[in-house]
Structures are given as structure tokens and as C-alpha cells.
Design a protein around this ligand. Sequence first.
Ligand SMILES: Nc1ncnc2c1ncn2[C@@H]1O[C@H](COP(=O)(O)OP(=O)(O)OP(=O)(O)O)[C@@H](O)[C@H]1O
Length: 421
Amino acid sequence: MPDEVKPLLGQELNWHPQLCIEADSESRTVAVATRHHRKSFYFDQVLGPDAEQEAVFSSSVVDLVDGFIQGLNATVLAYGQTGSGKTYTMGTAETLQQDRGMLPRVMERVFDALAQLKAAQEAEGQAGSAKYEVSCQFLEVYNDEVRDLLQPDTPRQQLSIREHGDGQIRVSGAAEIIVGSLEEMQEVFHLGSQARTVGMTLMNERSSRSHAIFTILLRRTSRAEGGGLQLVTSKFHLVDLAGSERTKKLGARGLRFKESVNINQGLLALGNVISALGDPARNLSHVPYRDSKITRLLQDSLGGNSQTCMIACISMDHSCLEETLNTLKYADRARNIKNTPVIVQKVTQPSEVMLLQAQLLRLLKQHAQQGQHDPEGAAEARMAGLDLLAQLAPDAVWDLLRMVYGRPLAAARPEHVSVAR
Ligand SMILES: Nc1ncnc2c1ncn2[C@@H]1O[C@H](COP(=O)(O)OP(=O)(O)OP(=O)(O)O)[C@@H](O)[C@H]1O
């Protein structure tokens, strides 16, 4: 907060917009002055109203992409009141080239980096020594229910949030689409965006009525010493949260009112999780992740193994002062969370691959046999099989699928190859 800003005086007390909120990117502070007091908040980056998307990307997101390529998990979350620019910042499928948001930029950077790695391997005469597989998922949480935007007709009972032994959260039953190029991933994003729930409110013509999570998954396989396969997996969540809103101001009735209540409850639950994680005095075993679907989905991003960046979007409009203050407080609490991400790698020895394959085959057979008369048992066997599948490196998975189906799965690519885990 620059010292030269004078307090509000005389007519200025009528909350002239420019005097209410000041963003200073040099000192990285945002100051809010109300009739009674002023408060400054310090952040890692502060970008003013004139900042371009490129500045947001290069200051806050690009390092996360580079870490992701090396094997670290990453999450970028956009938070703020309705109409403050979250969807604009994260990016939509329609945005013009220079205005494109974080999502299209992350995708581009990922494929550029992979092309460079491939070229470097070739230059060193080690073409194919490490293989990369990229896939993506696109989910939304609408009225506290998970929806798969890539298979919008999937009944919600078939989508369940599960915590795996490694602490990773996955949604079983959700489509995971393997993509071979930037264009394919853009197509998937476009497809999912069309299914996203949006509606018109007084504050925003195309208001997101759900929390949307686009996830990029990367699996790198290389040969380990002793002939085994080394697998490094990482995921990148790009989260466009629904906007915090005051139902009265929004003119919400009927369905919009119900949506609004659910949105606010989800954000409240997220705020409670953020408070619990950021408070060193709290017992971390009691973080209330289970209070809403959005907190459950983001459990490993917020308090787990992830480099996480929250982009708090605010409006300079004085009529939004209360919401702006709330957003700043929310983001301020989020700054207290300290994550220490590490690369997760797994080496599967050849003998282990064979063992896992045998176990998996048994479960697949059980699934097929139980299918008719015991759907629940079949579903359990299927889930157990898919858990095992997740432990295998892609090469081993292809081998296995060849064994089971008698043909390489690659023949079916790049069309929708869905692996529900
Ligand atoms: N930095 C910006 N530059 C130009 N236009 C912007 C900017 N930020 C937002 N907008 C425009 O403002 C409007 C509202 O933005 P947006 O839909 O991104 O808000 P939101 O926070 O996602 O709202 P909601 O929570 O209701 O979904 C859109 O028309 C968007 O194009």
C-alpha cells in the first residue's frame, strides 16, 4: 500500500470507486478502504486491471507447468465473486488468441515441453528412452453432485470420489481421454465446455453455475535399472470455481436460488478446509474435506502433494466492496497453507508386472462371471482390477490389454479411450 494515498474525505466518503480499492503490483499489496477503516493485504503477485493474460500466466502459472512436466502435481484455482473474471482468467474454448486464459496456455506449454524433450532425446541418440502419455478429464460439481463433462449422460451414482493408498483422489467411473496432440486436447476441452452448466444472472450473462475441474494427466515411463519399468505420474488441475454470490443481489429465484445456495455452501466448506490447513494450531487429521464434493475432489491439491496457486479475482467496483473484502480475506488465509510437493515414482520389476497381470486377469474374469447375477460384486471386482491397472506403467498396461483383448489398444486411439479408475 503506497503511503501517499490519503484517507477518504468529504464527498469521497460516498465511496468513489478508485478510492476504495487499490492494487499495487510493485509492493504486491491490495488495499481496501471503507468508510471506517482501511486494510492492506500482501500477496505473492498482484496484477492490476490492465494486466494481460500473458502476465498472469508468466508470473504465476508457468513454473507450475514446468514442475508438472518433471513429475510434480499442480493446481490452479480461480476464486472470486460472480462476474469478477474467473472463467475469463482460466480460459474458455471460444476466447480469442491474445486473450486466451490459463487453460489454453498450460496446454500449449505442456505439448511444447514434450516436443522439446523428444527432440533432446533424439539429439542424444536415445529416441524413445522415455515415453510420455497425456490424458485429460473434465468434471464439474453442480448442486454438490459430480458430473462428467466428457460423458454428461453418465448417471451420478456411477461417479464416486475415492482416495487411493498413495493419498491421490480419483473419480471412479469418469472418462479419461488419451490425447496425442495439442489439437486433440483442445477438442476435448471444447467438447466438455459445451456440457458445462451456465445460466443468466443479474451479475453475469453467462454465469458458471458449477465448479469445473479440467485435469491433465501425464505418465512418463522409462527403463529402470534391473530391467523394470519406472513410472512417474503427475496431474494438473485447472479449477474454475463458481462465484461466491449474494442471492439477493443476483435476483436468484427457483433453480438459480438452489444453485446459489449450493455454490455458497461449497465455497464455505472450501473456506473451512483452507482455514484448517493454514492454522498451525489445528489438528490436521480433522480437516473437513468431506463436507462437500468440491473439497473432497481438491483434497490432494489443497493439503497434499501439489504445487497450488489460487488466483483471487476481484472487481474494482465500489458496489462490490464487501465481496472484494471477503475474497481478499479468503485468499489471505489460503496463503498460510504450506505444501511440499514431491515427485511420485514407482518402479515395477518384470516379475511384479507378471504378478499384477495375473491378479488383474483373475479379477477381470470374476467381473465377467459375476456381471449377470451379482452387479455389486462385479463392480467391486472391476474397481479392484482398475486399482491394479493404475499401478502399472503404460507399457505393461498395453501388454496386458493385448493379452486380454488379443489386439493392441493403440488401434483404437486417438478416439475416446476411457479408463475409469
Ligand atoms: N480482464 C478482463 N478483461 C476483459 N473482460 C473481462 C475480464 N475479466 C472478465 N471479463 C468479462 O467480464 C464478464 C464476466 O467474467 P467471467 O464470466 O469470467 O466472470 P466469473 O467470475 O467467471 O463469473 P461467474 O462466477 O458468474 O461465472 C465476461 O463477459 C468476461 O468476458
